[in-house]
Design a protein around this ligand. Structure first.
Ligand code: URA
Length: 261
């Protein structure tokens, strides 16, 4: 049995602050297992309790995993200091203080972004030693050249001399200016800088997978979806690059070019 104060239980799982909770308790708007709570420091069994605040049940789940299909124009951070945060794409009940984007997409980039409050999982995804793969589809300014395949596979050097790990890259069948690229690391603006190192330019970039977790085709730009805990481990397995590319070139290329926000 895990005993904890009810105000802490609520504040860790919602947007309410402790003083707001005290206020709601004073107004008899908080119940635990059907009993009206009279003091906000009362201890409850967090393993089994059902807490209702102002008519809404507080979900008793410690960690949450939300994926969004990020549109252009949002920054991958919890604050609005450098632009509108991706957190605004979530409904208020998911925008709790402890949620944050596990990873980064540039402001003008699109696609799969995980938002969670599970710090250990985020650390595992971002850890440079784990090399969790990320696959992107890009729209290039000039046609994809087959010579990129070996250049990228052999480990490209960026403009500032930084050395990249070997990368898989492949032109899409549906358009000569679309390509897929799989990275196992995450240097600053890496995809854009790699294509610029070979004399091309990335016009649109969309992340379509992290590990084996693939952006669902039904998830429109700006939409979100909650992952079941059992699906989270797929972040750490490796998808088949060729299979994913052939699946996505048809389905997503039109969307990528025509509908960016
Ligand atoms: N590489 C980039 O250049 N931008 C991103 O947003 C992600 C990877």
């Amino acid at each position: 049995m895990s005993l904890m104060r009810i105000d802490r239980f609520i504040s860790e799982r919602s947007e309410y602050t402790r003083s707001e909770i005290k206020n709601l308790v004073g107004k008899k708007l908080v119940t635990a297992d059907g009993t009206v709570i009279k003091k906000s420091d009362i201890k409850i069994n967090s393993d089994t309790v059902k807490v209702i605040v102002n008519g809404n049940e507080i979900r008793n789940q410690k960690f949450r995993y939300i994926i969004i299909n990020k549109p252009a124009g949002y920054v991958s951070s919890t604050s609005d200091s450098d632009g509108t945060s991706v957190m605004h794409l979530l409904p208020e009940n998911l925008r709790t203080k402890d949620m944050f984007p596990a990873g980064r997409l540039d402001k003008d980039s699109l696609g799969l972004l995980l938002i969670t409050n599970d710090g250990d999982l985020a650390h595992r995804i971002l850890s440079p030693t784990r090399h969790v793969s990320k696959i992107y589809i890009v729209k290039l300014a000039s046609p994809f050249k087959s010579e990129y395949i070996n250049l990228f596979r052999n480990g490209l050097q960026l403009d500032n001399g930084e050395q990249c790990l070997p990368v898989d890259v492949k032109g899409a069948e549906s358009s000569e200016k679309l390509a897929f690229i799989r990275l196992h690391e995450g240097k600053y603006h890496q995809v854009k800088r790699m294509f610029s190192a070979v004399g091309n330019h990335v016009e649109v970039l969309m992340r379509i997978s992290v590990g084996s977790l693939v952006l669902p085709e039904t998830l429109g730009f700006g939409e979100h979806m909650e992952l079941l805990h059992k699906n989270v481990e797929s972040l750490f397995s490796e998808p088949d690059f060729d299979h994913l590319c052939s699946k996505f070139s048809v389905n997503f290329s039109a969307k990528l070019i025509n509908n960016r926000s």
